[in-house]
Design a protein around this ligand. Structure first.
Ligand SMILES: [Zn+2]
Length: 290
């Protein structure tokens, strides 16, 4: 009889929907957020608008009257809508969302311009007994599947590009600004090119170059979706492991991940210890408990 009771409890746990806690915060208060976080009953979406570094933030021309905050908001809500039907595969849902977003500004904006608004995408969707994922560009999905180390899913094609290095250029100097400009051009030109990297912009085909797959529902214990502004403790500063980040988000909440990131950034305000185009970046973390 005891055994039956045990089986019953397990079944009840499996029916629980995933619990999501998340936070998305711009680099500083009152600045518009170029990240986006949204969730539906069975789905979580994290986006990171493809922006430029601090040196160019004021003078870049994206040939779009709407801007990145509008783009990520429009794409994110369209994706929650198109992905709500669980019969629709995630790449199809993303392709529809990209097409819908392009329709919403085609005519007023030059969508063929290489620097038209673009965004990374991470989606997690619970679909009956499977947990489906889609990762496009350099945002990250970390999954605790019970193994010693979590699975880390990201598309590093962007980070493998040979961009002009900052070298010894001092942040804020004219040379640094010039290098930032060159890097922004190189990035824009590599978008959605066969030898570049795929990213959501105006062409729905990018959705089919995303990293996708699914895991058995029973395998997934915890998951974390994050933009690169929220993975700096691991990827840039080397302050913790992916498992450490997952544990921190679980025990202290996603806010603490961002608070600690900000505190390390503030300890290096001129990017001299950790060379980076943005001193702070918009940062988003969604923590999912299964
Ligand atoms: Zn536009």
């Amino acid at each position: 009889m005891q055994r039956r009771g045990f089986v019953h409890r397990r079944a009840r746990v499996r029916l629980n929907i995933v619990k999501v806690t998340g936070v998305s915060t711009p680099t500083r208060p009152f600045k518009e957020n170029e990240d986006w976080l949204g969730s539906g009953p069975d789905m979580v979406v994290v986006l990171d608008g493809c922006g430029v570094g601090d040196a160019l933030a004021a003078d870049v021309d994206r040939r779009c009257v709407h801007g990145l905050p509008w783009y990520v908001k429009t794409l994110g809500t369209a994706l929650l809508r198109s992905g709500a039907d669980r019969a629709t595969p995630l790449p199809d849902a993303l392709a529809t969302a990209i097409a819908d977003t392009a329709s919403a500004h085609r005519g007023r904006c030059d969508l063929r311009h290489p620097a038209t608004p673009a965004s990374t995408v991470v989606v997690l969707r619970q679909n009956r007994e499977a947990v489906e994922y889609l990762v496009l560009s350099d945002s990250v999905l970390v999954v605790d599947d019970g193994g010693e180390e979590p699975m880390v899913l990201t598309d590093d094609r962007l980070n493998r590009l040979n961009l002009t290095p900052y070298g010894e250029a001092a942040p804020g100097s004219a040379e640094f600004v010039e290098i930032s400009r060159r890097r922004a051009d190189e990035l824009a030109r590599a978008r959605n090119r066969p030898d570049g990297f795929p990213i959501a912009a105006a062409d729905p085909k990018a959705a089919y170059r995303a990293l996708t797959g699914h895991l058995g529902r029973g395998r997934v214990r915890r998951a974390l979706l994050a933009t690169d502004g929220a993975t700096r403790l691991v990827e840039l500063f080397g302050k913790m492991t992916w498992l450490g980040l997952l544990n921190l988000a679980e025990t202290r909440g996603p806010e603490e991940v961002i608070a600690r990131t900000r505190s390390v950034e503030e300890s290096d305000p001129d990017s001299s210890k950790w060379r980076r185009g943005k001193v702070h970046d918009d940062a988003t973390v969604a923590f999912c408990q299964f």
